[in-house]
Design a binder for this molecule. Structure first.
Ligand SMILES: [Fe+2]
Length: 188
């Protein structure tokens, strides 16, 4: 009798945003009310969820994604955390945007909601790294590489990713027209 345990997993949930009309409304609101040359919140502490317009986005797009994650990973419902809090911002939207490696220290889960990507094959991928720092030391990559490879995700319109906030990640340079993504940190 033997048993194989997964160990210390870092699950990443990806999925599609089915509320496409709502996503489009959010994009219109952002384009009408925010200056995407200086997107709010990315390099300061601004929380776009203070704008009540985003309440429906939170309720119908963000919370179901976090709830699915918590249900699948922990067997708990998001809605069992009544004191949950969020902070959200808008990433850079134009040709040339990229983001260096970072994590979302302070929250428990990070989600990114890709509402619009006019050129989904022009970079702007999110690359998530193995959080077991230096774990690949001494392993021959040709044999063991799959245990350590970063997870690379394309970011087409109407998709999302949710992952633990401790997972370091970066965004490759976007060379397309316009890409509107909203990262949301969950504090529970
Ligand atoms: Fe991030």
């Amino acid at each position: 009798m033997s048993n194989l345990t997964t160990g210390w997993p870092s699950p990443i949930l990806t999925g599609n945003i089915t509320e496409k009309e709502l996503a489009d409304e959010v994009v219109t609101h952002i384009l009408t009310n925010y200056d995407l040359e200086f997107p709010p919140g990315e390099i300061n502490e601004h929380n776009i969820l203070e704008d009540e317009f985003f309440n429906t986005f939170l309720e119908k797009i963000v919370e179901p994604a976090f709830n699915e994650y918590l249900t699948k990973v922990l067997g708990k419902s998001l809605y069992d955390f009544p004191e949950r809090e969020y902070r959200a911002w808008i990433t850079g939207a134009y040709n040339g945007y990229n983001m260096l490696t970072h994590n979302h220290n302070g929250s428990q889960l990070a989600g990114v909601f890709y509402l619009l990507n006019e050129t989904p094959d022009a970079g702007g991928e999110i690359v998530l790294f193995d959080p077991r720092a230096n774990a690949n030391r001494s392993y021959k990559m040709k044999d063991w590489g799959t245990l350590f490879e970063p997870v690379r995700l394309k970011t087409p319109s109407y998709t999302f990713a949710v992952f633990p906030s401790f997972v370091y990640h970066q965004v490759t340079q976007y060379a397309g027209n316009m890409r509107i993504a909203i990262p949301v940190d969950l504090f529970i």
